[in-house]
Design a binder for this molecule. Structure first.
Ligand code: FES
Length: 574
């Protein structure tokens, strides 16, 4: 069978009188679609990352059906297709390693298929940024439905959420939890399908997508298995038909102004540090560079408002009860570009006019914030010339200014083998350093930046220490954890030269991370030789084209042609 027309696909082909149209209709009729249904316009792709290998996204099969009902009710013709799905608990070496592969899959399926617009169905951490990146580059109208957070678990009558895993596993390592109790945790901590039930990366990215106008307002926190989420999916089906007819594409929604709004939301909710990387990657797809200097300035001028797990005592459902994202934006309104578009196509100013705020402990007011500014600290210094990130709101305030001797681990295997070795002489003042876990070294920056506290110190009641790495950490984790150090060790960053005992100085207030070693001494040190580059397959493509964390870890050939950033950092800062 020939394919005479090699243009990128759109739904017009189903109505075409030529041979291509005949072939498209014939195959659809063979799949049981009626001749009448096939000629309906617009054709809506439903890009579904449902997978049995991804329990967080397991509800997306049902949500896809609801989207279809909405599309048909609005006069469109829905066609669902699968994509790669990335599950945080299962994919190794890391889901970030495969995020760009998924983005390519999404982009190419949207551009190459005979569809006029698309509904993206994503959920678990990397599936949402991958879908946004792919859809932006594809340039067809697109709207997102996220899987929604799973229910809160219960153990002995108390709420149990996924972030409890970290303290519970420390207690298990300290010998504090017996087998029966550990088994009870395993059976209760993931009580259903849906994304993690705290402000981890998945929910953070859902709120960011909503801020960017890529999903409907008020949608992010609706529970995964609720009727409200099914109704939202149906409504999104109607909305995408409207969007297809309007011709508005993601580039109309995801603008530099909208990205600034999204970053401020990230700071105000004390969201996942992973979002810093994803936002820069998303910006790159519209040819924009946010830059760490802008992020630093916005963080210093944005109050932290949410007190939700893992950075506060309240539950996600409390944040939903407090009004969800529209309530967050209402508090931030004076700081926002409210002419940016929401998912309905209205401006956020129009939406926020209809929002009234009620006091709620899960979401403080801008007049009485949790912190007046600086939820995220963007660091630089002699140990991180191109930048690093610290979630200040999740750190022990006593450690935000700290000087301590380094204890260095070369990769995750070394860390696991030696962290409890008493001969290392680790004290609570030590700075635990992990290298070889960056975009290249990991590869894919595995979420191992929250290095475990040595068992001996856990017994002494130590709950936090300064940790520094070129890795990421789970959005559900907390601690004084400096992440995303760039350049990473595997690319010759100063992290590669640190030795046990070297003084490391953290000053989060000043935004500094320094290695207090004489430069002359450093120049005499040589880093360990780099591992040989992979020669075949995706690993070789990844190694050749992956960028560093401050550039979003996208492949260099996937960003849109970018104008030089308006805030390109000077050489001495970031
Ligand atoms: Fe999938 Fe948290 S592990 S959303």
């Amino acid at each position: 069978m020939s394919q005479n027309d090699t243009k990128k696909g759109n739904g017009d082909v189903f109505s075409s009188p030529d041979r291509d149209g005949f072939i498209h209709r014939a195959f659809m009729r063979g799949a049981g679609r009626s001749a009448t249904a096939i000629r309906r316009r617009p054709v809506i792709g439903i890009c579904n990352s449902f997978s049995e290998l991804n329990p967080c996204n397991a509800g997306l099969r049902d949500l896809g059906r609801s989207v279809k009902q909405g599309v048909i009710a609005a006069g469109g013709f829905p066609l669902e297709f699968p994509t790669i799905s990335l599950a945080e608990p299962f994919i190794r070496p890391s889901t970030l390693y495969l995020r760009n592969l998924m983005a390519i899959d999404v982009e190419e399926m949207i551009t190459s298929s005979p569809i006029d617009a698309v509904v993206l169905l994503g959920g678990c951490d990397k599936t949402v940024p991958a879908q946004l990146m792919g859809a932006i580059s594809a340039g067809k109208p697109a709207v997102l439905v996220t899987a929604g957070p799973r229910a809160t678990g219960r153990l002995h009558g108390e709420p149990l959420t996924i972030d409890d895993l970290w303290t519970l596993s420390d207690r298990r390592r300290a010998g504090d939890l017996d087998d029966a109790e550990w088994e009870a945790v395993e059976g209760s901590i993931v009580p259903g399908v849906g994304t993690c039930n705290v402000l981890g990366t998945a929910v953070t990215m859902a709120l960011i997508a909503e801020t960017l106008g890529m999903s409907l307002p008020g949608s992010s926190l609706l529970p995964a298995t609720s009727g409200a989420r099914a109704a939202l999916a149906e409504e999104t089906g109607r909305r995408v038909v409207e969007l297809a007819r309007s011709g508005r594409t993601p580039a109309d929604f995801v603008t530099p102004a909208a990205l600034e709004n999204a970053f401020r939301v990230l700071c105000a909710i004390s969201g996942s540090t992973n979002a810093v990387i994803h936002l820069e990657a998303i910006a790159g797809r519209i040819g924009h560079r946010i830059g760490m200097r802008s992020m630093d300035g916005w963080s210093r001028a944005t109050p932290v408002l949410a007190q939700v797990r893992p950075s506060g005592p309240h539950l996600l459902e409390d944040l939903e009860e407090a009004g969800g994202l529209p309530a967050v934006l209402k508090e931030l309104q004076p700081l926002l570009h409210t002419d940016a578009l929401a998912g309905t196509g209205e401006t956020w100013a129009q939406i926020l006019d209809r929002v009234t705020r009620q006091d709620h402990p899960a979401l403080r007011s801008a007049k009485d914030p949790v912190f007046s500014s600086g939820g995220l600290a963007l660091l630089h210094g002699t140990l991180a010339p191109a930048g690093a990130v610290l979630k200040r709101s999740a750190a022990d305030p006593r450690l935000l200014r700290h000087r301590g001797p380094a204890v260095v681990f070369d990769g995750v295997a070394d860390l696991n083998a030696r962290i409890d070795d008493p001969a290392l002489g680790i004290t609570e003042d030590s700075v635990l350093v992990l290298r070889g876990a960056g975009p290249v070294g990991g590869p894919g920056m595995p979420e191992v930046g929250q290095l475990p506290i040595p068992r001996r110190l856990l017994h002494q009641g130590v709950t936090d220490m300064v940790r520094v790495s070129d890795a990421r950490m789970s959005g559900t984790a907390t601690g004084t954890v400096v992440l995303h150090v760039a350049p990473e060790a595997a690319e010759g960053g100063p992290l590669a030269l640190v030795r046990d005992g070297d003084p490391i100085v953290l000053d989060a207030g000043d935004g500094r991370l320094d290695l207090d070693v004489d430069p002359a001494e450093l120049s005499r040190r040589t880093p360990a030789p780099a591992a040989p580059a992979p020669r075949r397959g995706y690993a070789a493509l990844y190694r050749r084209h992956i960028t560093q964390a401050p550039e979003g870890c996208d492949f260099d050939f996937l960003t849109a042609t970018a104008e030089p950033s308006v805030d390109s950092p000077p050489a001495d800062r970031f």
